[in-house]
Design a protein around this ligand. Structure first.
Ligand SMILES: *[C@@H]1O[C@H](CO)[C@@H](O)[C@H](O)[C@H]1NC(C)=O
Length: 104
């Protein structure tokens, strides 16, 4: 009895350990642009996990060649939605604090 519980927990752990590997196949490429056209390209897993973006780049524009549906939130609270192949400008240039992507 105890053995089967341990086996069940091990099986569950195995499943959750497998999912990050799966998600690695679904990454959305997104490029952050500054006013001077300095760029930072990010690969965001398309599993809706919020990703903290450690960058002081003051972003004026966010582009993506496609592949996902993302929301980015800046340090001034502005949010930018990227849907598929997209090119969005921020109203107020600001560093991007975090983002999240899904694949639909
Ligand atoms: C940035 O790139 C855009 C589009 O290619 C261009 O119009 C703009 O002049 C560039 N800005 C700078 C500061 O190089």
């Amino acid at each position: 009895m105890k053995t089967s519980i341990v086996a069940a927990i091990a099986a569950l752990a195995g499943l959750s350990a497998a999912s990050p590997i799966e998600n690695r196949q679904f990454q959305v490429s997104v490029t952050l642009w500054s006013a001077r056209n300095i760029t930072q390209t990010l690969s965001i897993p398309a599993d809706r996990t919020p990703v903290q973006i450690d960058s002081n780049l003051v972003v004026t524009r966010i582009t993506s060649p496609g592949g996902g549906f993302c929301t980015f939130v800046g340090t001034e609270g502005e949010s930018v939605v990227i849907y598929g192949e997209d090119d969005q400008s921020l109203r107020v240039p600001q560093p991007i604090e975090w983002g999240t992507c899904g694949n639909n």
